[in-house]
Design a protein around this ligand. Structure first.
Ligand SMILES: Cc1ncc(COP(=O)(O)O)c(C=O)c1O
Length: 360
């Protein structure tokens, strides 16, 4: 029998969305925080054009994409690395900077892939309590141990949807030891960019990384393009463990073109926020606790793990897929992505009906 190494066989596979609609039902997937719209027509055209040269390897240095990101955000192109989704960058950061002799720290209800990344390299995974779905800087600082190598924080957070103001993140960075890497994962950053609180300047300290992705606001989840801003020494080490030629030529071209259509991306974010608030209001009126969100999803507190489980099963039976949150330590919650208006309407209707049934 061929066995995997012990820490891999001890791991559970990463929980992917289950999207098998019952026979005869239309699949309504509000489960993966994808954009409610396809990518910008500019991105579609550029991606299709790049496919014509699909017999060639892609640019291993993501030259045009880095230049475009540099121009848009006013950051140095040479400090940008692009990943096969930001998941690749998260996994590689753990691989390069943590191991079985040290620890990775994150808030208690953080994006579950932070834990997976730590497990893959046998690092201890510590969590700091959150207060009411909000990251607590004090709790994170208290949870730091002498062997804490990386602190991962998503801002805004998934699945909580809540946002940490810049001043608090600066306080976190200043309170962490200089040899602890802070990774600020801004996968949903574009949805909060209107607040004007960029974090890229912290990277200049040499101990902080900021990650972003094209999977959410830019609607390119299927192209797998993430990126980040890295201090030079961190970038040098990270590249050693990243897969060469990691992003397809079509993905790079589509992402570069998407950046040129800021109006499209901003309009998507605005529409998402408008639909989100309408959905949230409906659910609140039905009696659900739905915390304020700064993202393209909302967290719905269902009252108990049992109620969440039963609601999830009932919705799935009708083809409506939300995402259970037991993996993030919130078994009493379901997360709903802000999808197309029609789909949200159906999901809200089903949840309203359930709320009434639960009362009777
Ligand atoms: C907080 C957070 N970080 C990273 C990712 C991964 O994104 P990508 O598609 O770029 O790998 C997600 C995806 O849902 C996310 O929610």
């Amino acid at each position: 029998m061929i066995r995997s190494v012990s820490h891999i066989s001890a791991m559970s596979p990463y929980a992917l969305a289950q999207l098998n609609a019952p026979e005869g039902k239309r699949l309504i997937s509000l489960s993966q925080n994808e954009s409610l719209h396809p990518p910008s027509p500019l991105a579609v055209e550029a991606g299709a054009k790049a496919l014509k040269a699909g017999h060639l390897y892609p640019d291993p240095d993501w030259g045009e994409l880095r230049e475009a990101l540099s121009g848009l955000h006013g950051i140095p192109a040479e400090s940008i690395l692009c990943g096969n989704g930001s998941m690749e960058l998260i996994a590689c950061l753990a691989q390069a900077f943590a191991d079985e002799q040290n620890a990775v720290l994150a808030p208690a209800h953080a994006y579950p892939f932070f834990r997976t990344a730590a497990q893959m390299v046998q690092a201890r995974f510590d969590v700091a309590p959150e207060s009411d779905g909000r990251v607590s800087v004090d709790a994170l600082l208290t949870a730091v141990r002498p062997d804490t190598r990386i602190v991962f924080v998503a801002n805004p957070g998934n699945p909580t949807g809540t946002r940490i103001p810049r001043a608090k993140l600066v306080r976190l960075r200043e309170g962490l030891p200089g040899d602890t890497l802070l990774v600020i994962d801004e996968a949903y950053g574009e949805f909060a960019d209107y607040l004007g609180e960029p974090m890229f300047d912290l990277v200049g300290r040499g101990d902080t990384v900021v990650l972003r992705t094209f999977s959410k606001a830019y609607g390119l989840a299927g192209m797998r393009v993430g990126w980040g801003l890295f201090p030079p020494e961190i970038a040098r080490e990270l590249r050693k463990v990243m897969s060469p030629n990691n992003i397809s030529a079509a993905g790079q071209a589509a992402a570069t073109a998407a950046l040129k259509d800021q109006a499209y991306m901003v309009a998507t974010c605005r529409e998402t926020a408008m639909l989100r608030e309408g959905f949230r209001t409906r659910l609140q009126q039905a009696g659900y606790d739905v915390p304020k969100s700064s993202t393209n999803f909302v967290l719905i507190r269902m009252g108990s793990p049992d109620k969440a489980h039963r609601a999830d099963e009932a919705l799935r039976a009708e083809g409506v897929f939300l995402r259970p949150q037991g993996g993030a330590g919130l078994a009493d919650c379901l997360r709903a992505t802000i999808g197309a208006a029609d789909d949200l309407d159906i999901a809200a209707g089903r949840l309203e009906r359930r709320a009434k049934e639960e009362k009777t």
